[in-house]
Design a protein around this ligand. Sequence first.
Ligand SMILES: [Zn+2]
Length: 91
Amino acid sequence: MPAETCRRCAREAPNPNAPEYADWEAVVDNEGKYLGMVCPGCITREEVQAADEDEMETVEFLRRVQSLSLALCPTYPWTGMTLDGAWLVMK
Ligand SMILES: [Zn+2]
């Protein structure tokens, strides 16, 4: 897979395992389709806000999962398994 580049300035994204990568944001369209990455220098305030809302949703989801006593998958913590074995996947 070729290295990701910023959609706006074409700067090369750091390695996904590098700490700097956390500052890059994935950009999705209104339908949630992945469009690419944007570097911290090009990201807009609206996009930062949207990302924060996503995080809030994740926290809310995990809280709901825990309150239902679902087992969280250790590898994919955003999925949970219900007690009857059905998988619950976020989004
Ligand atoms: Zn950029």
